[in-house]
Design a protein around this ligand. Structure first.
Ligand code: RIB
Ligand code: CA
Length: 317
């Protein structure tokens, strides 16, 4: 089987960490690298978290690069109330023994994509600052990348950071605007589908039947995340946005898609960071991305659980 080669650009973050573990648990995928951006936590915490999660899964051969610690224009916005001060909730992983590569994420992403034209799928599950600057610095990646999966935006769904804006886009709406209009082959995975994908306390208890560090990490990290969802959004469980975006690299059939012209508001008013689709083609602009608008949510959560169980057994052998 030809492995699908992926690169992450991520702000790990609890659901980002689960997406990285899902990638490592998926035999269809080869993870070429992890680029880190600020967002859920600082880029330093994010890089340390990425390295620690890779070591947890015995995958520390995978390179990690540090990116920007600030958005292009907006002030810094982190999410300690959602992901905790470290970015991984209540989870306590050993300090990583490995270090990030010396290369900045912008150069790391460009070099990896240009080294394998038409082969790399870029999985963007954080604010898009690194990707936007990489496009400006090395425009050839637009044609060289195989495809781009972006967890971001809220199309018909309400925002999770303002009433109309989703976190990854709101942190750096200017970067999102640059990426949305870059010409890259984008599949957008908005809150419309990710908010249907809820990991419940029963799901976590199922994983904990396996005595292994991974279920313990899932339990400790998501316990913080579930408390946030319960307190602020009355959700019993937690929304696993990023693992759904990753899963579409090998199981696209989990979602239903429509092609639309999509834009993001950077006008600076109350709807700053709002990602919207031109459903009635009023702008006369050609579609610039595929948008996932339907999802088989429980099928996805079951797939996630099965793969976490497989990975947990594998690393405990
Ligand atoms: O809005 C959800 C997204 O913002 C997820 O990627 C989460 O990890 C945060 O980065
Ligand atoms: Ca994320």
């Amino acid at each position: 089987m030809n492995l699908k080669r992926i690169l992450f650009d991520t702000d790990p973050g609890i659901d980002d960490a689960l997406a990285i573990l899902l990638a490592l648990a998926s035999p269809e995928l080869e993870v070429d690298g992890i680029s880190v951006i600020n967002g859920n936590c600082s880029v330093d915490n994010g890089a340390a978290n990425a390295l620690a999660v890779l070591e947890l899964a015995k995958a520390n051969h995978i390179p990690v690069a540090r990116g920007f610690d600030l958005p292009l224009v907006q002030p810094s916005l982190l999410a300690p109330e959602t992901h905790g001060n470290t970015g991984l909730g209540y989870a306590k992983l050993p300090a990583p023994k490995t270090k990030p590569v010396a290369q900045h994420s912008v150069d790391f992403l460009a070099e990896k994509i240009l080294s394998a034209p038409g082969e790399i799928t870029l999985v963007c599950i954080g604010p898009l600052t690194n990707v936007a600057v990489a496009i400006r610095k090395e425009p050839r990646i637009v044609q060289a990348v195989k495809d781009v999966i972006i967890m971001g935006g809220a199309i018909r769904h309400q925002g999770n950071t303002t009433p109309v804006a989703e976190f990854n886009v709101y942190v750096d709406p200017h970067a999102a605007h640059m990426v949305y209009h870059s010409g890259m082959p984008i599949t957008l995975v908005p809150l419309d589908v990710t908010y249907q994908c809820i990991l419940t306390p029963d799901d976590v208890r199922r994983l904990q039947k396996i005595k292994s560090p991974i279920p313990q990490f899932v339990a400790d990290s998501t316990r913080f995340y579930m408390e946030f969802h319960d307190e602020f959004q009355k959700i019993e469980g937690c929304v696993i946005n990023d693992p759904l975006a990753l899963a579409l690299t090998f199981a696209p059939e989990l979602c239903d898609y429509e092609e639309h012209y999509v834009d993001v508001d950077i006008s600076g008013g109350v709807s700053m960071g709002n990602t919207y689709a031109d459903f009635y083609k009023m702008t006369k602009n050609a579609a610039n991305m595929k948008v996932a608008l339907g999802v088989r949510a429980r099928d996805f959560v079951e797939l996630f659980l099965e793969r976490m169980e497989q990975l947990s057994k594998k690393i405990s052998e």
